[in-house]
Design a protein around this ligand. Structure first.
Ligand code: ZN
Length: 204
């Protein structure tokens, strides 16, 4: 993580949140007289630190995961569907709720299935643009795993859209990216899209 330690960054964030709270009070919400805000700057700073997973940390964890793959005789599509994770939009620093599906066609080796979910979580846990996240997921599965092809389908509920501005509560931003066979063969791409857009299992 940059040149600054996590602790120093958190202290800086706390100062910033103190100022934000002052401005909210200026806007007309009585922050200064409400005890609920007594520790808010420190808590908000800690939460922000948790929402920004350092690039170096993500890289290390992904390297570790990708170093443990298994030989496989399976050459059909492997899909990890509807992984829920949280991120933050780089334009407003507001939360985004993601539902991410990824797939690949194995080359020589496969990845433990839970690792696909972990990769989705890891890569989304930072202020990354949804479009870039989608491309990175597909590229990672294709290039780093030496697969025959890969795909990512990402649905994002952006609070910057849902909670303010246009107030599009129902709006989902949908992005997809494909590599290799998924790009070259429209039937493979369509099979993936059909599988990930079918109604999800309703377990609740
Ligand atoms: Zn935004």
């Amino acid at each position: 993580m940059g040149t600054m330690s996590k602790k120093a960054a958190q202290a800086k964030l706390k100062q910033a949140y103190d100022l934000i709270l002052e401005a909210i009070d200026d806007l007309g919400y009585p922050v200064k007289t409400d005890q609920n805000f007594a520790e808010t700057a420190a808590r908000a700073a800690k939460a922000m630190v948790e929402m920004v997973k350092p690039t170096e940390e993500i890289k290390e964890q992904i390297d570790t995961m990708l170093s443990r793959t298994f030989p496989a005789h399976y050459d059909e599509m492997v899909i990890s569907k509807h992984n829920i994770s949280f991120g933050m939009c780089p334009h407003h620093l507001l939360p985004v709720l993601y539902r991410i599906s990824v797939a690949y066609l194995p080359g020589e080796r496969v990845l433990g299935i839970s690792k696909l979910s972990r990769i989705c979580k890891l890569l989304s846990h930072r202020p990354v643009l949804q479009e870039d996240l989608t491309q990175e997921l597909a590229a990672l599965l294709h290039e780093r795993m030496e697969t025959r092809g890969s795909a990512a389908y990402v649905e994002g509920l952006h609070l910057c859209m849902a909670a303010r501005g246009v107030g599009a509560h129902e709006a989902r931003v949908v992005t997809s990216a494909v590599r290799g066979v998924f790009r070259e063969n429209p039937a493979t791409r369509q099979e993936f899209l059909d599988l990930v857009t079918a109604a999800p299992l309703n377990l609740l």
